[in-house]
Design a protein around this ligand. Structure first.
Ligand code: UD1
Length: 430
């Protein structure tokens, strides 16, 4: 089996300007919103990523005509020809589960494979299904597939989320937009991507208030029109380049990012000794001689995103002092620690807490990323490590980072793709 790997020779201080791409985690719910309308929808500033390609395939399978050129997606779903999403797709990209509600609202029935757990946790969908049930869906699960029907149509209701799940908030917001009745979501996620989805749904004709707070009120419509939107900058991608600059002792400017959306990341960078000069859409970060350790916990927005935890932990492996890191969102999101140790990082993990004792030198190693952000963290470690790092399983990066290699090279990184085969395949189990 020939698989691409990334080779990184560490030691270059990053410097220059990088433009942040549109946010994957915003583009995905926006694409699912297009299922609600038979009109033409247009998304601009869409990143070129495998998850976007997969979503376009799904939209094509259910009957949409889609085009994707120069960051612009145009899509039109005049008639739904299939209201199912198979396991092969949901397994590859769990956000595809969110198509269940929009298909149900539009067609009165839908079947979507139940996502399983993954590298970062068990990731159940009970909050999604409870919410759909409150809106009148009858739900059964058989042979790993969730079947939802609404024989009398969906209706309004009040939903209390036990946790501000981003996915459940998107999913219920999407579904409610096509219900001509009042829906209230309490305990909603407050992420900028939720606000952007609400803006798009409003342009399509739904009435929505409170997006960005924990109570969202929606009065949908029986039919929605097409609409246009520009996808916001990717705050996780932005954090990745900032951390890469910090750990390499560099100085870079990131552009096209809503700085407010990365305030908690900038707080950690500043506390670690970096100078961060911000304007509404740019950040200039300059690393200090030596980074200082910073302790942090992940939390729902506006707290520090769980997706930046592996990225900032990478930074802490080479900082002076001890960083205590708490992961509060996913129960199993320290899978990258074992790989970090291969660089010589000094980390101990106890449940959802990790203690990182900064070391002076990281030494390059062959490593793999278990998910998108863990893979990005390996790249950051490789940029700071002494010698040549080989990162395997880089398909994760293609899922979440548009043009990462080109962007890092433009900042002076010594990084390139290689088709060299691993001499030994990874053996799972014994
Ligand atoms: C989204 C993001 C992901 C990010 C995560 C948390 C996308 C495409 N993905 O994932 O990058 O890491 O938010 O910010 O936007 N939970 C339940 N039951 C449910 C739903 C969630 O128990 O029905 C739990 C999860 O297991 C997890 C927590 O809630 O422990 C947060 O998950 P959630 O916010 O739903 O994450 P996703 O929407 O899957």
């Amino acid at each position: 089996m020939s698989e691409q790997t990334l080779k990184i020779t560490g030691g270059c201080k990053l410097s220059g300007i990088v433009d942040i791409s549109g946010a994957k985690n915003s583009a995905l719910p926006l694409l699912f919103a297009t299922v609600l309308s038979s009109g033409k929808c247009v998304l601009d500033n869409v990143p070129v990523l495998e998850d976007i390609e997969k979503t376009l395939q799904l939209l094509g399978d259910i009957g949409a005509i889609c085009s994707f050129q120069n960051g612009r997606i145009e899509t039109e779903l005049r008639e739904v020809i299939c209201s199912e999403a198979p396991y092969s797709l949901v397994k590859a990209m769990r956000a595809s589960f969110w198509v269940l509600g929009p298909l149900l609202a539009r067609c009165g029935q839908a079947s979507v494979a139940l996502p399983g757990g993954d590298a970062i946790g068990t990731r159940p969908v009970d909050i999604h299904l409870d919410g759909l049930h409150k809106l009148g869906a009858k739900i059964t699960t058989e042979h790993g597939v969730v079947n939802a029907i609404a024989p009398k149509g969906l209706h309004g209701g009040t939903i209390h989320l036990p946790f501000p799940s981003v996915g459940a908030t998107h999913h219920l917001l999407l579904t409610a937009a096509l219900i001509d009745d009042d829906v209230e979501i309490h305990g909603a996620a407050r992420e900028p991507e939720v606000v952007e989805l609400a803006t798009f749904l409003e342009r399509m004709g739904a009435k929505i208030s409170g997006a960005g707070t924990s109570t969202i009120r929606i009065h949908g419509a029986t039919s929605l029109q097409g609409a246009e939107i520009r996808v916001i900058g990717d705050r996780i991608e932005a954090a990745t380049y900032l951390a890469a600059a910090a750990i390499t002792g560099g100085k870079i400017t990131i552009r096209n990012i809503e700085v407010e959306s990365i305030a908690s990341t900038i707080e950690v960078l500043t506390a670690s000794g970096c100078s961060c000069i911000t304007s509404p859409s740019t950040v200039i970060v300059r690393a200090p001689e030596k980074l200082s350790s910073v302790s942090f916990s992940t939390a729902p927005y506006p707290g520090l995103a769980t997706d930046v935890q592996p990225i900032l932990m990478a930074m802490m492996t080479k900082a002076q002092g001890i960083a205590e890191i708490e992961e509060t969102i996913f129960e199993n999101r320290f899978g990258h620690v074992a790989e970090f140790r291969r660089f010589g990082a000094d980390i101990t993990v106890c449940g959802r807490n990790a203690t990182v004792r900064g070391v002076n030198l990281l030494s390059a190693a062959p490593v793999q990323g278990l998910d998108i952000r863990a893979a990005a963290a390996m790249v950051i470690m490789g940029l700071a490590a002494d010698g040549e790092t080989v990162v395997e399983d880089i398909f994760h990066l293609h899922r979440g980072y548009d043009s990462m290699i080109a962007k890092l090279r433009s900042l002076g990184a010594n990084i390139h793709l290689s088709n060299r085969k691993s001499r030994y395949e990874l053996v799972v189990g014994c």
